[in-house]
Design a protein around this ligand. Structure first.
Ligand SMILES: NC(=O)c1ccc[n+]([C@@H]2O[C@H](COP(=O)([O-])OP(=O)(O)OC[C@H]3O[C@@H](n4cnc5c(N)ncnc54)[C@H](OP(=O)(O)O)[C@@H]3O)[C@@H](O)[C@H]2O)c1
Length: 263
């Protein structure tokens, strides 16, 4: 069942950007937040802000690719206070900028490991916990980049397309278990991830504005939370048109910056 007013919420990738902003929107008296990310200091700062708003906060420094550690932590958080809502948000991005010959294997594997395996590692333990009580909501972070493969960010687009399709499938397959699933597909949102983009980002949205919109639509159990709508319409159209029309257009699009640790 979707939660109009979730009280126990777990968010991965809560140490910055959209995840941190979502934690801030949900924070309040009577709410318990379980927040994770890899950078302890940033996570502690987000937790402190949420506590100031009256929330009870538990943090864990974890890498979402560490399947066993994440699974144990999610189970422990659920046991401490049954989770109403789990948001699989952690993600990284990287493109072909200066790649010369396309995206390298290490970047492609790292992006798929974090953005796809990391989401699987979050969602599976959440399903196990929620299925037992036939109640809960899961949100998975995809992107408008998941509606079509864009040449400037191959693995990123692939990871987001996979999350989108998996989430849409789960929404149908888990309904009978009382678990609601939503897929979130933002356009450009202000965050450390987009701060490195060297190109103009049309309809760039403020982080808090995006987080508030996501929270509102999750409360209404929207299956697909895609925004802003003109960008949604554009990517939907590009995805629907045949490659013979779109290939030439997409070849002119700017490339995303490469992931520094894999260069
Ligand atoms: N900003 C946009 O325009 C936009 C658009 C569409 C979709 N998205 C998606 O929204 C999500 C949040 O991105 P953002 O824009 O808020 O970027 P961000 O500020 O860079 O946030 C990414 C979050 O993921 C965490 N993270 C990254 N790798 C991780 C790992 N291996 N294990 C655990 N946590 C990890 C980061 O924390 P640590 O560094 O502490 O690990 C951080 O908290 C991502 O999935 C992204 O793809 C963003």
């Amino acid at each position: 069942m979707a939660m109009k007013d979730p009280r126990s919420i777990l968010i991965t990738g809560a140490s910055s950007g959209i995840g941190a902003a979502l934690a801030g929107v949900y924070a309040g008296p009577g709410v318990s937040l379980a927040l994770t990310g890899r950078h302890g200091e940033r996570l502690a700062a987000v937790a402190a802000q949420c506590r100031e708003r009256g929330a009870e906060v538990t943090t864990a420094v974890l890498d979402v690719t560490d399947r066993a550690a994440l699974s144990d932590w999610i189970a422990a958080m659920d046991q401490a206070r049954p989770l109403d809502l789990v948001i699989a948000n952690a993600g990284i991005s990287g493109g072909t900028d200066k790649a010369g010959g396309g995206e390298g294997a290490s970047q492609a594997r790292r992006i798929l490991a974090v953005n796809l395996d990391g989401v699987v590692n979050t969602v599976m333990p959440a399903i196990t916990a929620m299925r037992r009580r036939r109640r809960g909501q899961i949100a998975m972070m995809s992107s408008l980049a998941g509606f079509r493969g864009f040449p400037g960010a191959p693995a990123y687009c692939a990871s987001k397309a996979a999350v989108k399709a998996w989430g849409e499938s789960l929404r149908g397959s888990l309904r009978g278990d009382g678990i609601e699933v939503s897929v979130i597909c933002p356009g450009f949102v202000v965050s450390p991830m987009t701060a490195v983009n060297p190109f103009p980002m049309p309809l760039l949205m403020e982080t808090d504005q995006a987080a508030a919109l996501i929270v509102r639509r999750l409360a209404r159990n929207h299956g697909r939370i895609a925004f802003p709508w003109p960008m949604y319409l554009l990517v939907w159209l590009i995805g629907a048109l045949p490659p013979i029309i779109t290939d030439r257009l997409l070849a002119k699009m700017p490339e995303k910056t490469q992931l520094p640790e894999t260069v």
